[in-house]
Design a protein. Structure first.
Length: 243
């Protein structure tokens, strides 16, 4: 009997040495698997809470994995999918609706999301010409091993229809010190007009409209019209509940 009070036979000693060798080989994988498993489990447990939070938003929001499979969708997002407006959820996969002009832009945005890149694109309905801003943002802090499994939310996509929101252009004007002419142009763009239509409605030349738009870009720090519209609609994202 050993000093520990345990009799260890020769065969058991060899087995212990072999098991220890396997543990040494597996330890790097175990170090990766443990936090990855915890992240997946935490994401599963957090999904109901995430849904409750996202339902507080007026805009459609979609949580997707690396395969663009829908993992979390808020109420407005489900309504948008049912109506097949701008996006679809066929087979549980988020994609552009067939009613959208140039759907490849949205497909490319999802591909960039899988690569960890943010993208903002403008979606236009073929029949009504109504527009929406789609923004895809990767979820930071997801371990590489976890993000490679198609069961973890790797990013969020939200769709902001370009329906006029009362006072959004004026609010941006006050925030970024826009001139009255710039606010007026921005208001037309927020309401869904393109630059040519806005110029015609305001009785200004397209050259003047482009000059105003460039100045708005400079003052707001935006580079594209999609980014500008996203900023305008972001000011009214959160629904305030009386309860």
């Amino acid at each position: 009997m050993s000093t520990l009070g345990v009799h260890v036979r020769a065969g058991h000693e060899r087995r212990i040495r072999v098991d220890a060798a396997w543990l040494n080989l597996l330890s790097p994988q175990l170090l990766i698997a443990a936090p990855t498993t915890w992240h997946i489990e935490a994401a599963r447990l957090a999904a109901p809470l995430c849904r409750d939070v996202l339902d507080a938003l007026q805009i459609p929001v979609f949580g997707v994995d690396t395969g663009s499979k829908l993992r979390v969708v808020n109420g407005p997002g489900e309504a948008l999918i049912r109506a097949r407006r701008w996006v679809t959820g066929s087979g549980g996969i988020l994609g552009a609706s067939s009613t959208v002009l140039a759907p490849q832009a949205f497909t490319d945005a999802l591909a960039r999301l899988r690569s960890g890149l943010s993208t903002t694109v403008l979606l236009t309905e073929r029949s009504t010409r109504r527009q929406a801003v789609a923004t895809a943002v990767p979820l930071s802090g997801v371990p590489r091993a976890a993000s490679s499994t198609q069961s973890v939310i790797s990013g969020f996509v939200w769709i902001m229809p370009c329906d006029a929101e009362a006072g959004s252009a004026r609010s941006l004007g006050e925030l970024f010190s826009l001139t009255r002419a710039e606010i007026t142009l921005l208001d037309r763009l927020v309401r869904g007009a393109n630059l040519n239509e806005a110029a015609a409605a305001l009785h200004i030349s397209i050259h003047t409209a482009r000059t105003h738009l460039k100045t708005i870009f400079r003052k707001t720090g935006r580079r594209t019209q999609s980014q500008l519209l996203a900023l305008a609609h972001r000011m009214s994202m959160v629904r305030v509940s009386a309860g």
